[in-house]
Design a protein around this ligand. Structure first.
Ligand code: AQP
Length: 331
């Protein structure tokens, strides 16, 4: 099975990125052929300061390596270094229908009320994402729950391409949405997902937060006055409590029931302390290793350079064939 997934270097990766995606990427390496991409073309759909983008891009690559992704057995690279992504995205811009893009909830969330001022890139973001995956004929895509709709669109695009050109060229892809924390929510608002670009620093745990910062953010996380219920049903109308229990479950490889067997009936004070300790245990080694890797940016660049060459060797012939099917003349 060929696996593809990507992450935007649009800030410091969060606990949501880790539990919803990166941790699963690492786990899927055994027995699969994995291609993991830092999607910098996607990041600039919202303005990024160039110096900050360069820094965030290397940081994101370092985090992936620190989380155990093996760039020798698998492929880790930067999206902008492999031209095939943008080339196929243009073809997909001409295959996808406006009506399909109009239904994308991520665009609505990110553009907010000021739609007229959003970049055209943000609007066609899902077409580029479809190209990222189909340029490798990948069939499995590990993502957080927020990306489910984009993957359905990627399948619609492939199906329409195959139909329009009378071929069976792009395969169907399956989302891999794994674990009890496939959608980690903001620590300040249980109805909003945790995001690296949320203006509120208190809304998220960053993978480079130190122990004191993690403990403080968890202590300040929004909750309600009731103690924790003893059964998962009792979390139904309590999004903030459900979120913290989901994070605890993911970190202990359990589920809401196992967490509530241990902590049900207790107040949030003790539970938050236990959760903060678990988070520090998990995240401190990643932060230490990320710092160590970042001390040698030439090594990171060399890893990414080798990854890009190997990625292009797979994607270029696939995209060249898509261009031939469309009818482009090569002389
Ligand atoms: N809160 C989340 N819970 C679970 N999974 C999440 N992912 C993102 N947020 C959560 C998953 O992380 C992967 C990489 O995401 P991305 O960086 O490509 O884009 P995103 O989904 O838009 O993530 P952010 O953190 O919200 O970034 P910004 O703030 O820049 O938009 C994806 O698999 C995603 O599902």
């Amino acid at each position: 099975m060929r696996i593809f997934s990507g992450i935007q270097p649009s800030g410091i990766p969060t606990l949501g990125n880790y539990l919803g995606a990166i941790r699963n990427w690492a786990a899927l390496q055994d027995g699969n052929d994995c291609i993991y991409c830092v999607v910098d073309l996607h990041a600039i759909t919202v303005f990024q300061d160039p110096a900050a983008l360069r820094q965030q891009t290397r940081e994101m690559a370092a985090v992936l390596l620190a989380c155990g992704i093996d760039p020798e057995k698998h492929i880790v690279f930067l999206q902008s270094a492999v031209r095939a992504h943008a080339q196929l995205a243009w073809i997909f811009n001409c295959v996808a229908r406006l009506g399909w893009l109009n239904r994308m909830t991520q665009f609505k969330d990110k553009a907010g009320k000021d739609r007229e001022n959003a970049s055209a890139g943000l609007y066609v973001y899902p077409n580029l994402m479809a190209a990222d995956i189909h340029a490798y004929h990948a069939t499995a895509v590990p993502v957080g729950d927020d990306q489910r709709q984009h993957l359905e669109l990627a399948n619609d695009i492939a199906q329409k391409f195959n139909h329009d050109y009378g071929v069976e060229f792009f395969p169907r892809i399956e989302p891999y949405i794994m674990g009890p924390a496939a959608r980690v929510m903001s620590l300040r608002d249980g109805s909003k997902k945790m995001s690296k670009s949320d203006p509120s620093e208190q809304s998220r745990i960053n993978l480079n937060d130190d122990a004191d910062t993690i403990a403080l953010k968890i202590r300040r996380a929004k909750t309600d006055p009731e103690p924790l219920p003893s059964e998962p049903d009792g979390l139904a109308d309590r999004p903030e409590a459900r979120n913290l229990v989901g994070i605890y479950a993911a970190l202990t490889d359990g589920d809401a029931a196992s967490v509530l067997r241990e902590h049900g009936g207790k107040g949030f004070g003790a539970f938050k302390e236990a959760l903060a300790a678990l988070l520090v245990d998990h995240l401190a080694p990643i932060a230490d290793e990320t710092r160590r890797l970042l001390a040698d940016p030439d090594h990171i660049d060399a890893v990414l350079g080798r990854g890009a060459a190997r990625a292009a060797a797979i994607a270029d012939p696939i995209v060249a064939e898509a261009e031939r099917l469309v009818g482009f003349v090569r002389v």
